[in-house]
Design a protein around this ligand. Structure first.
Ligand code: SAH
Ligand code: SF4
Ligand code: F3S
Length: 458
């Protein structure tokens, strides 16, 4: 079934390629949302390039515009509708194919809104039909039909589609799709379906191929990576261990684990393998046990802190990063104080902070005790202030230390400098010869610049 479908899509790729022969066509892609979406976009780019399109950075130069959407928070929606408005003008001027895919297309009210207010799109597709993009594009071009290809049945896992990677040193590999957790604020389980894990062989072969091509850093992706189940007796701990055995791969990262599923086996594998990044992303969401219960996170403040302590005892050089939501329905001032307390105790290396955003269809959206915007913003600012203060303090501990760094390229702001990251994901900028790019070298940290560190080759 799986192979037949992929063979079919490869035939559509050939058909579109034939139609596009001798034409010079460009595509523009905008990806919103998380790393999983970025990885999906790499697959869409792979298909598009095989079909004869070249990537361009200016939407106005494009013959095909593709938006890969996110709906985890409201601001992603605002951004999309703004962008679609821009495409309307280009369509009127010169004609362009507009394709919109991804998580937001799984929401009925959004598709209705598109059909009502933005009916000039050519293709919409959801998260379960991404692999059918060549077929959808073929039908849109040849039959001049408007395509609405969104289904609500969990997509199968399709292997072997083309992929065009953004980077040639570090690569992301999706190990599982979907989520079963239904945190009450979150739309992801509704738009991505239930958990499905890729087979260990498929993942390991993909990473071996990447290593052969010279990739040195791998990030394993999933909404809840530590509930990965490749086989009955093969969980995330085994996968991590096998990934670390692959020659050529020097750094292994993963996002996101769920605190409730962080087993001792996984902790032991991390402790044993120096290749695994020493920053663990451990989404807290809230420091209040009451709020955590209402969020359906299945751990308390105390259990979270216990887990941090246990991991630190087994892996002393580990640091943590996290996600926090402020202003969840019913969050009292004292609940928020509990969040600040956990931030102070764990001294997170990095905190991704979000203001709670109501999502249609989730349980929290129906809760009556929604928090006024003003209070949400006040809490957000207070949290941000604490996090920034801690970032400066956290950085200080790096000064004078020697860090092993994979040199990723020239610094974005100064092309005379090189850049890379510590095992704990801190950006380090230093002077050096470009030949060092894609090598792992030792750097002595000399200066704390808040969002990055300055270093010297040692
Ligand atoms: N599966 C991952 C992340 C999913 S989305 C995990 O569980 O960690 C990334 C982050 O967005 C979440 O961790 C959460 O902090 C935030 N988020 C999700 N839904 C949100 C909402 N409705 N409002 C605000 N932030 C939200
Ligand atoms: Fe959303 Fe929770 Fe699943 Fe993460 S674990 S994707 S926050 S439901
Ligand atoms: Fe957004 Fe979908 Fe990721 S909703 S956060 S792009 S899984």
């Amino acid at each position: 079934m799986n192979n037949i479908e992929i063979t079919k899509q490869k035939e559509y790729i050939e058909k579109v390629k034939e139609i596009n022969k001798n034409k010079k066509l460009n595509y523009y892609i905008l990806t919103m949302g998380c790393q999983l979406n970025e990885n999906d976009s790499e697959k869409l780019c792979g298909m598009l390039e095989e079909m004869g399109y070249n990537k361009c950075e200016d939407m106005k130069q494009a013959d095909l515009v593709l938006f890969n959407t996110c709906c985890v928070r409201e601001n992603a929606e605002d951004k999309l509708f703004g962008k679609i408005g821009e495409v309307k003008k280009i369509k009127e001027d010169k004609g362009v194919i507009l394709a919109i895919g991804g998580c937001m297309m799984q929401e009925e009210h959004i598709v209705e809104k598109l059909n009502k207010s933005y009916p000039f799109y050519d293709i919409i597709f959801g998260t379960h039909t991404l692999h059918k993009f060549p077929e959808d594009l073929y039908n849109a071009i040849c039959e001049n039909k408007k395509i609405e290809d969104v289904i609500n049945i969990d997509g199968e896992i399709y292997e072997g589609l083309p992929i065009k990677r953004e980077d040639n040193i570090k690569a992301s590999v999706t190990i599982m799709y979907g989520c079963n957790n239904f945190c009450t604020y979150c739309i992801v389980p509704y738009v991505r379906g239930r958990e499905r894990s890729r087979k260990p062989e498929d993942i390991l072969n993909e990473i071996r191929n990447l290593a052969e091509k010279g990739y040195k850093e791998i990030t394993l992706l999933g909404q809840n990576v530590n509930s990965y189940k490749g086989r009955e007796d093969y969980g995330f701990d085994k996968l991590l261990e096998d990934v670390c055995k692959i020659d050529g791969i020097e750094i292994v990262r993963f996002v996101s684990p769920h605190p409730k599923d962080f087993t001792d086996d996984v902790i032991d594998v991390i402790a044993k393998n120096k290749k695994i990044s020493r920053v663990l992303h451990l989404p807290l969401q809230s420091g209040s046990s009451n709020v955590l219960k209402a969020m359906n996170r299945k751990y308390t403040k105390e259990q979270y802190l216990e887990l941090v302590k246990k991991i630190k005892t087994k892996i002393p050089d580990v640091v943590f990063s996290t996600d926090i939501i402020v202003g969840f329905p019913g969050e009292k001032e004292e609940d928020f104080e509990e969040t600040l307390d956990v931030v102070k105790k764990v001294k997170f290396e990095q905190v991704f902070m979000f203001i709670y955003s109501r999502r249609v269809g989730t349980r929290a959206d129906k809760m009556e005790n929604q928090i006024p915007e003003e209070i949400k913003h006040k809490r957000f600012d207070k949290l941000k202030e604490l996090v920034e203060k801690q970032t400066i303090e956290n950085n200080e501990k790096y000064i004078g230390t020697i860090q092993k760094i994979l040199v990723e390229g020239e610094s974005k702001n100064n092309n005379k400098m090189l850049t890379g990251r510590t095992s704990t994901n801190k950006v380090v900028v230093f002077e050096g010869n470009k030949e060092l790019i894609n090598n792992v070298i030792n750097i002595k940290i000399v200066e704390n610049c808040l969002w990055y560190l300055k270093g010297k080759i040692s």
